[in-house]
Design a protein around this ligand. Sequence first.
Ligand code: SF4
Length: 724
Amino acid sequence: MTDATKTLCPYCGVGCGLEVSPPAQPGKATNRDSKGTPIWKVQGDRTHPSSQGMVCVKGATIAESLNKDRLHYPMMRDSLDQPFQRVSWEEALDRIVQRFKTVLATQGSDGVCMYGSGQFQTQDYYIAQKLLKGCLGTNNFDANSRLCMSSAVAGYIQSFGSDGPPCCYDDLELTDCAFLIGTNTAECHPIVFNRLRKYHKKNQHVKMIVVDPRRTPTAEAADLHLAIKPGTDIDLLNGIAHLLMRWGYIDSEFIEECTNNFPAFAEVISHYPPEVVAKICGIEEREIEIAAQYWAESKRVLSLWSMGVNQSSEGTAKVRNIINLHLMTGQIGKPGAGPFSLTGQPNAMGGREAGGLSHILPGYRLVKNPQHRAEVEQAWGLTPGAISPNPGRTAWDMITGLETGDVGLLWIAATNPAVSMPDLVRTKAALMRSPFTIYQDAYYPTETAAFAHVLLPAAQWGEKTGVMTNSERVITLCPAFKPPVGDGRPDWEIFAEVGRRLGFADKFAFKNSAEVYAEFVELTRDRPCDQTGISHERLHQEGPIQWPCADSSINNIDRHNSRPKVLDRTPKRMYTDFRFNTPDGRARFGAYHSRGLAEPADPNYPFVLTTGRLYGHWHTLTRTGRIDKIKQMHPNPFIEIHPRDAVGLGITDGELLEVRSRRGRGRFPALITKAIAPGTVFVPMHWGSLWADQAEANALTHPEACPDSLQPELKACAVQLLPV
Ligand code: SF4
């Protein structure tokens, strides 16, 4: 391929490498979409260590989204009942700065909120943190990662002393047993699953356990599918631990030398014999025994999880219970073994590194830690005490802050909360009450644009240069390969411009994104996510690099092999020395009894609704809803229902079902299938009001959240079903 740019797929956290080349190249036919429009050519990058040339349908068709329904220029209006008027950047920025000054003067800095996105590049995240948490002194920055990975973050911090997935993708091909819980990896992280599936098929001794209430394509591939009732994960995990303990398959030396709090955990799991767990989880005792047997017989167990675990009112406890199994068996810090969260968004990892949630600061630091605040204040040239010691508003707290009038300015960027937030009726009513909402996005229209006073056109993937970190901590440079559409600007440049106009010119004097990254990596020095050995220049010359990387002469990725791999020259796994990031270096067991679902089924709402994603679509359809091939693959929303329940309701395949929860309702054609258990139904979360009538999954869901991670339980709620 000539003139190809190496970059990263901007959809999911697998982080596949792509090569992108212009539509027209000398001596080659022009590349066109299905309608004959010239489009950029995209193919997998064989030299990328994480994906080795593989891509799924989303990555393969990404170029088709580049020019469709883009927001071309800033627009404004005084109230939500007025039409937007095109304005210049000057006019838009003047209005924004004026509003900032008014809110800061009348409500203080906590009257300002920004809701960002795992679609941001690390530079976007970093500049937003510097503006809000540093210059303005409010921690009211949260990202859609709150709805996605914050339970994993909280679980890692509580168990290991810091965030950071300890494993790498090579572990997929080194394990003896893959334990997949709350993850439909085949559809949601397809290239990770491809690697695991190929290895599993080739190696008879390798076991795959899938824990999921639905019989998903992932479950179809498993040696053992545990179709537990929604909300019983902790019981199952305690049950497996109980058997490992009873059979003596624990690593006593590791527990003794490397962990704390094992006695409390041992006491809890003593209450979970298989006969008790089987009843709670709705599975056979024998199935629990087989799962425990696979764990016991495997030298190397790799656990993978994503939203089915995280999006829960006890998400942190679930994550810690997965980690508990690894700690009690010493299955961590070794090839093929460990707890491995699969990140949802392409750069949620970079966001976590840059401090992109309301309770954290750059370099895996915590808002509540005085030393961490002082370190960041010093790096940013701020007066001591400039950073607030209080965690800011989470995503959902921003909605409630609009309800109470405590939020005077809401800035939403690169995300679509009018589809993805829980309890959409309440969310939209709150957004309607917002005194001033800035919405910054690459696309128009979106559902959230309807709630904005100012629309700012953002440059998107391929139109700006920055870095992203994938689930295995590999950082890839994503260079601009085309100019922005219309007047679009990179997100970080917009934040920096507002910072300069608010009087912080010296803090935002960056000439380019390489300088932003260079400043950011200094804040990772001697931290678990140390990237001080990495720069744009190195990434450009050498390709992707995995952190930790404090040495600019070491790159642990072997590019001389036909199949590039992360090498052992630097630790490609965390905790290989079995020392953790806690003050005493020991990992901590968590001890939990399950509380179950926040809203279980009851006589009035007798079904449990679960939500999830489909192979081709991405989140709220902002991109994939505009790609013909993917629309054909998944044309409409639907509700999966078991045949027995369909008979009970007197409905046939394709008939409309009205689904009601305590908060809202929707109408979905029935897809009758034994893939779902009786008493449970499934709706994909992708469709918002722009794409389908009354088919919003999140009109039904509730915002009850995990008390530790504050991640809402988007995965399950109680509903009633009525034939239409
Ligand atoms: Fe993109 Fe994820 Fe598909 Fe890879 S698996 S091509 S990162 S959407």
